[in-house]
Each structure stands twice: as structure tokens, then as C-alpha cells.
Design a binder for this molecule. Structure first.
Ligand code: FAD
Length: 139
């Protein structure tokens, strides 16, 4: 089974409510554990940046479900590639809340300190997620 990594960004839709992020995370952890998908989800109250890694079929199926979810919109795939190893193997879905998406870490990978994945290259978005993973591991 080939391993792949997919990174996408999206924005909350108008119907997105206060409890939605908890529900999304709970479901993501449940489903991903079953399918051996691992990854990280960053959320700053308006934008999502998510990395999914696992077998090609599992990541593909997960991404297709996510694409159909009406809680977000403007879903843009930033990168998709085959990988030799996982980078987020500790989490069925690790979570980085807004409080962690602040300068100087976002400034290092973007033109401004604002967290806006649409204004980041795929490479910068990936590097930012690795830096956030390292912070998560230390906490
Ligand atoms: P159910 O939970 O039974 O849902 C059935 C259908 O209802 C699905 O189409 C679902 O999208 C929709 N739905 C459920 N609750 C709501 C709601 N409150 N509002 C609108 N529609 C709703 N899922 C994963 O498995 N792994 C992930 O890593 C993952 N990451 C996500 C990241 C983001 C930013 C978002 C918005 C969603 C994410 N999800 C993830 C959830 C995913 O989009 C699906 O909702 C979920 O996978 C469906 O699970 P299920 O097949 O068990 O169906």
C-alpha cells in the first residue's frame, strides 16, 4: 500500500457553528483511527489547513468525504504526493487551535503574520505544519 500525503485548505461556510470544530475533530479521530489515517488540522476560526497521510485509498476516501462536507467551502488542494514515511504518526488527527497560530511561527512561513493558508505556497504550508507538529510534541 503506497503511502501518500495530502494537504488542503478551506474556509468555514456560513452555517458553521460554535460546536462544529469539536464534532469534526471527534469524527475525524474516530474514522481516521479505523483507516490508519494520521494528520494534523489547524484552525484559526475562519480557515482550515489540514494534512492527511496514509494509504492512497484511505486518504482518497477521507478527502472525498471532507469535500462533501457543507461545514466548509473553497476547498483547495495544496499538495498531494507519495511519501516514504509518515510525519504525523502520533495523531489520528492532531489539532492546532488559533492560540498556537500566532507570530512568530506564521510569519516565518508567510508574507504576513496572519494565518492565511491561501497566501502560502504548498511548501511553506507543509513546513509550517512540521513546525507546529514539533511544538505539539514538546507540549
Ligand atoms: P456521518 O458522521 O454519519 O455524516 C454523514 C454525512 O453528514 C456526511 O456527509 C457529513 O459530511 C455530514 N455531516 C455530519 N455532520 C454534519 C454537520 N454538523 N453539518 C453538515 N454536515 C454534516 N472526517 C474524517 O473522517 N477524517 C478527517 O480527517 C476529517 N477532517 C475534517 C476536516 C474538516 C475541516 C471538516 C470540515 C470535516 C472533516 N471531517 C473529517 C469530517 C468529514 O467531512 C465527514 O463529515 C465525516 O468523515 C463523515 O463521517 P461518516 O461517514 O461517519 O458520516
Amino acid at each position: 500500500m503506497y503511502l501518500v500525503r495530502l494537504i488542503y485548505t478551506s474556509e468555514i461556510s456560513d452555517g458553521f457553528g460554535p460546536g462544529d470544530i469539536e464534532n469534526i475533530l471527534e469524527k475525524a479521530k474516530q474514522n481516521n483511527s479505523k483507516m490508519n489515517v494520521t494528520g494534523l488540522l489547524c484552525f484559526n476560526t475562519t480557515h482550515f489547513l489540514q494534512c492527511l497521510e496514509g494509504s492512497r485509498s484511505a486518504v482518497n476516501a477521507t478527502y472525498h468525504r471532507i469535500l462533501n462536507d457543507t461545514r466548509h467551502k473553497n476547498i483547495i488542494m495544496l499538495s498531494y504526493c507519495e511519501i516514504y514515511e509518515r510525519e504525523f504518526e502520533n495523531w489520528s488527527m492532531g489539532y492546532i487551535p488559533y492560540s498556537r497560530l500566532v507570530t512568530p511561527i506564521t510569519l516565518k512561513y508567510s508574507g504576513t503574520s496572519e494565518f492565511n493558508p491561501l497566501a502560502m505556497s504548498a511548501g511553506s504550508a507543509h513546513k509550517l505544519m512540521l513546525a507546529l507538529r514539533d511544538l505539539l510534541l514538546k507540549s
